[in-house]
Each structure stands twice: as C-alpha cells, then as structure tokens.
Design a protein around this ligand. Structure first.
Ligand code: DQA
Length: 144
C-alpha cells in the first residue's frame, strides 16, 4: 500500500531557504526520511513536489485508487487554496497536514489554513521530523 507525500511551492528550496526557519535539511532528505518511515511500517512512499497548484490538484485526484492516504505540506497554498481543500475532501482520502515551522509564531497571514478543516491531523513546528510523525500517524490511521 502506498502513502503519497506532497510538498507544495518553494519546498524544493529546502536546505538553502531561510535555514533559520526551515533548517538545513533538503527536500531529498525529507523525502528519504518519509520513505524510510513508511517502509519500516510496511508502506510504499510516492513523493512529489510542485510549485504549481494544478499539478498538486491532479496528484490528489490520481491518489484516489492508488494511495491509502496523503501527507501534505501545502506551503503557502495552505493560506490561499480552497481548491486544494476541495480536492482533499473530494477524494475522501485521509490527509495529514505538515508545517515545518510553527506558523502560529509567525505572521498573522500564516495563522489561517484552508487545509486544516479537511485534515485528519495537523503537525506544526516539529521541523522536518514532522514528516516522520505524519507518516507514522497516517500509517496508524489507515492500518487501524
Ligand atoms: C510552511 C509554512 C508556510 O506558511 C510557508 O508558506 C511555507 C512552509 C512550513 O512548512 O512551515 O512554504 O508550510
């Protein structure tokens, strides 16, 4: 069974992007951590990063029938995208929302998430380890 890991805009820059906020781990490191965690728990991981909202929407649609659940860091689309929220509810797959930084310690515009109401769980401010926690929680949810 497959877990889909989606990373949204600018997360391809992880490692060099505002390291004080997001740390020094790269997107490849994050995907490897998530893959190792998934495989230890008997799942396969499919990972995709995109800077394009429509590509993320298509990936969520394609997950129906091919994945058991989704781990998603929607990046700034968290705060803007009704379409991503609609896609997640539309496919009826469990989704765990991840934010590397504690968005609630940051600018007010990061405090609202369109994704949170459709997420099964939300992991915020745990750094890149949040991806590991998210995969563990999703595996727990879909195995139980
Ligand atoms: C983020 C937080 C968002 O506000 C920001 O736009 C990102 C990354 C995080 O992982 O902390 O791109 O989702």
């Amino acid at each position: 069974r497959t877990i889909l890991l989606l990373n949204g805009p600018n997360l391809n820059l992880l490692g060099t992007r505002e390291p004080d906020i997001y740390g020094r781990d790269t997107l490849a490191d994050v995907e490897q951590l998530a893959r190792e965690t998934a495989e230890e728990l008997g799942f396969e991981l499919k990972a995709l990063q995109s800077n394009h909202e429509g590509v993320l929407l298509d990936a969520i649609h394609e997950a129906r029938g091919t994945a058991a659940g989704i781990v998603i860091n929607p990046g700034a689309f968290t705060h803007t995208s009704i379409a991503l929220a609609d896609a997640i509810s539309g496919v009826s797959l469990p989704a765990i929302e991840v934010h590397i930084s504690n968005v609630h310690q940051r600018e007010a515009f990061r405090h609202h998430s369109y994704i949170s109401p459709v997420a099964s769980s939300i992991i915020i401010g745990a750094g890149v380890n949040g991806y590991k926690l998210a995969v563990q929680q999703l595996a727990h949810l879909i195995s139980g």
